[in-house]
Each structure stands twice: as structure tokens, then as C-alpha cells.
Ligand binder design. Sequence first.
Ligand code: ACO
Length: 312
Amino acid sequence: MATGGYLPERIMTNAELASMVDTTDEWIQTRTGIKKRHIAAENETTADMAEQAARNAIAAADIDVNSIDFIILATSTPDLIYPSTACLLQNRLGIHNGCAAFDIQAVCSGFVYALSIADKYIKSGSAKRALIIGADTNSKILDWTDRSTCVVFGDGAGAVILQANDEPGIYSTHLHADGAYADLLQVPSGVSNRKGEPFIKMRGNEVFKIAVKTLSDIVKETLDANGLTKNDIDWLVPHQANIRIIAATAKKLELSMDKVVLTVAEHGNTSAGSIPLALDSAVRAGDIKRGQTLLLEAFGGGFTWGSALIKY
Ligand code: ACO
């Protein structure tokens, strides 16, 4: 596995947000752990960010792009209704081998969903080398007058190259969804229904409580499925939504926060970009090392949630 990431150049601090809505740096840091986030330029799109992250992962893997035979891009903020952002990316990268390329939408769990699909294709022998990207331009679907959402999100993209190997890389993935909770977190406008506002609406406190419970459960499910205990985990790589949700999951695992990859302070919640960006930052910092066991976990709109147990 090789990783890449990309964050837009522009950084928005909590102080800047406090000049836009009725909030404070202290409230944002205490409630979320976020200090700043990156915001895409006016003309910068999800495909732009995905391309940079993908190029960084391809460079890290040191591979010919045309050896990639499967592309999945997780996003809730595609450039176009169609073609998919994955197809746009395939062309930009100069991949002309006819490999499958498609987007998937599972909001903040999107990257784990994409990883799971790619893993199944590789394990079945249908693909040998996959490019998996999580990318979201949340700033384009934020109501910048709504303090309950605009302080939480940021923009960014992360990518991994996953390839067939005799040694197990991904031990297991676990995906779940429950559409009964659609009202708690949604962008209530789409293509066949344009009645609602095209902005993120979140009943944060209710989402928070369910996220903590659900993530604790999926961590247990993942360890049990592999006959492992918390002591076997070198790093928890959680979705970076809120430091308090992450800390609650780590506590449940009785895992020291030293073993948790944290980027929420610098990135905010980048939705599908969050886990691959966190993974990439820890790999590049030299914290995550070859052979270590990683537990990835995500929770997002849908609700969707998922996990992956990986030997890096
Ligand atoms: N600044 C100051 N005050 C605020 C702000 C703000 N930015 N936002 C809300 N408040 C106020 C509220 O109005 C409320 O005031 P009141 O008590 O007078 O009514 C008070 O702060 C508390 O509000 P809560 O919503 O209860 O605050 P909470 O501690 O729950 O924190 C937060 C809000 C940060 C959004 C938290 O609930 C959270 O992180 N939720 C989960 C988010 C998540 O995990 N989402 C899933 C993934 S995202 C995806 O899939 C796209």
C-alpha cells in the first residue's frame, strides 16, 4: 500500500470563522478539537484535489499509471452529475487501459466503503492494482451563516494504491448503513429533488451520541472477526470528525491517544478525504511503519459506518 494526500493552500482559522458567525476559537476547540481547516479555492474542484492526492500516491508507489486496473473515488461532492469524478480523474492521469472507474457515495464512510470494494476485487482476482481516493469539497455545500456546521468541515483528498500480494494487507472490512437516520445529517437537495437547500444540515448532538456508540461497536466487531485484541493494534486511524468522538472510541478500546492518528486539529472534517489524509500524514511522518496493524473506522451521513483492519 502506498499513500498520497492533498490539502488546498488556503487555511481558515477559528479566528476567521469567529469574524463570520457567532462562535469563538475556544468553543470550536473545546467541542471539536479543530484549530483550522483547508478551504478549496473558488475554482478548485474535487477532481483537482483528487488528482494531486492520486499523483502523490502513485509517486510513492513508484508505478506506471497504466498498471492501475481499478479506480474508485469516494465523494459526496462530485465535479459533475456525470461523468463520475473517477472517470475525470482516470483521463487526467493518462490512464487509457480501459480499467473500471466509478464513484461511490457513502459520505464520511466513503473511503472505507471504497477500500472494501477494491479489496474484494483484488482478492477475487478481478483486479491487481487499485487506486482508491477519498475527496470532498465540503466548503461548497456549507451554509457559511450556520455556525453549527461551518466550523466543523474542511476540504481535502487522500489516496492509496492497493495491490495484489501474497501477504495479507487487508485482513477484513466491515460495512454498515441505516437509512432510518437520514434526517439527522443530510444535504436536503439533489437532482431528482431540488426542493431543499443544497447545504449540510446536521443535528450534531444526536449524531454525536450515535457515532460514539456505533464506532465502539464496530471496533469490537472488527477485532472479534480477526480473533484479535486491542493489544494487537498499533494504530487507530479514525475518521476525523471530532476529537471527543475519537477519544471516546480510543477509551472503549483502552488505547492510549499516543496510538491514535490525529489530524482533526489541522484538517477539520474532510468527509471521504479524512481517513486517507490521516493515513498519509502518519505514514509520511514516519509514525506508521511497514508491518504495523492499523484499524480504520468511519461514521457518516446515511448513516453509514465501516472499518478496515490492515497490515500496512
Ligand atoms: N459556536 C458557539 N456555539 C455553538 C456553535 C458554534 N460554532 N454551534 C452550536 N453552538 C451552540 C448551540 O446553539 C447550543 O446552544 P444552546 O445550548 O444555547 O442551544 C450549544 O452550542 C450546544 O450545541 P450542541 O449541538 O449540543 O453542541 P455539541 O457539543 O454537540 O457540539 C458538534 C456540536 C461539534 C457538531 C458535535 O455535536 C459533533 O461533532 N457531532 C458529530 C458530528 C459527526 O460526527 N458527524 C458525522 C460525520 S460528518 C458527515 O458524514 C458529513
